[in-house]
Write a protein that binds this ligand. Sequence first.
Ligand code: AMP
Length: 622
Amino acid sequence: MEENLRSGEIQGIFDNLRDCVSGPAGKAVGVTGELILGIDLGTTHSAVGAVESGFPILLADEEGRRIMPSAVWFGADGSVEAGRKALRRRSVEPGRVVTSVKRLMGRRHGEEREFCVPMERAADGGVTVLGRSPEEVSAEILKELKRIAEMRLERPAGKAVITVPAYFNDAQRAATKRAGELAGLEVVRILSEPTAAALAYGLDKLGDRSRVAVYDLGGGTFDLSVLEMQDGVFQVLATRGDTRLGGDDLDAALARHCAADFDTLDDAAKIRLTAEAERVKCALSERESETFRAPFYDGSRSLEVEVSRGDLEALAKPLIARSLTCCRQALSDAGIAAAELDAVVLVGGSTRIPAVRAAVAELFGREPDLSQHPDEAVALGATIQAGVLGGSLRKMVLLDVTPLSLGVETFGGLMNVIIPRNTTIPCKAGEMFTNAASGQASMRVRVLQGEREMARDNWELGNFEVPFEPMPKGQARVGVQFRIDENGILEVLARDVKTGRDTVVEIRNAAVDVDDAAVEKMVGESVEYAFDDMAERIFTEAKLKAEELLPAVDQALAMAAGLVSEDERREIGDAAEAVREALAAGLPNPLKAAVQRLDKATETLAAALVERAMEEALERRG
Ligand code: AMP
């Protein structure tokens, strides 16, 4: 008999099957390679790099600066400037300079409450500022970085790796990619910032299976990521952050501390005081005290206040405490203790604050690693990844991902995903299945690829038969494990848990190497048919449940004399009738609701039957 698989709830024969693991990799070839830029598109600052003569380097602008403010000025006459020049215009035209646009990427209107310029609602529900979408504003920053790179390298650059925070969702990543395209850059990879920082930290410093925490406190955001590196491939185990925590908050707190009337001032005065607060804050990372000077900050009044490092630390204390809460949560999510980490890497400009370093050292019980330039590590990591993808750095790892989901067909013709789309390879994952019919002696495993809910709409990569000992329905245990190696070859293993017998099949065709157009078509169709697909899945699942429930209910009712009230008996009968009607009508949601009603209606009866069976068993024993 040939039956499909049924997914079971039991877990655990293969440990950590869902965890992605890594193996050796290294497909990069050639030394000259194609030019791909590495870009850190930061909230407050951005930077660009490239591999030159085999070395990853960051590229400086005409003034020799490798770090550029993420600021864009939109002039009344339609002209645009990005970077330092844009920021300089802020004291004159604050309403025309956009900063921290990264906060708006991929966001809906209303999600972000405060911003440096007024936010408007776009036709599609997104946000615009000064008539531009966040992607368009970010594109201006990217265009400036591209210009700097081309000026330094003296050749055109058309491709880039761009970093995003680990917590960015699909919409935010897609918006970042679009920004790159608007700037004339093909974005070959979106890389997560902690992975980039860890790449910059150096693969060679750590042994196999190392774990690092990356503590990133910038101007506007904080995040802590725990990464595991095995044979050179990084996996983000956990990430926690606060998108409203950074050096900017400390600047605002210090400005308020020095100028009691801060909240009553106009924007231009606030900007002047905040800029002075930032200067004093940075100076206090080096010195014990500094004078806060703001001559004629509102046109008439002036300020001169002596600020000690202790004053600043008192203001920083609650902010640092918030970051430490995220650290504890991330460690707990990753399921590891601070002592198990091999290193704690600090990145982001605000980690220069001595009190931050001390707090991190205390929490993690070790001195943090300061080898990275706090402002440059992420861009450097992006550049290393770009060099690997472009083929100009050898012996590095390609962080490849599965282009489409991989799974098996289960009972009712449903797709059961085992390795989701976009999983980093190499990887492995698995799930437990059981038999759908009594006495069944084998199962057919159909290996599928695609994003659709029904098995028939996905592509079949292969199929094979798994024999197992005949058992009553639902009692056989077959573990199915998918493993994709660094070359993209998929190996499917099925194990009969009872006998320990394995069936292993290697599937060479196209688990990873799928034509881009085909991937796009599959993903497009999954979106187009999402409603129909979901309805069919709901119907199929409810139908399976109904087919199991109806005969069981009939049987239970026949034995129910004296166990339930007449009202309950009537409700069960009505509920069962409603299920039969919904089945005949073929409507997913009414069927799901009817099955739920029947489930509920039989609760008391089921409990009473169990109780009676137990009493009978006890009587027999006694
Ligand atoms: P990032 O977003 O990583 O570029 O970090 C920018 C933040 O780092 C800003 O809030 C800066 O004021 C802050 N920062 C830069 N240098 C220092 C320093 N020496 N001491 C304290 N904070 C600094």
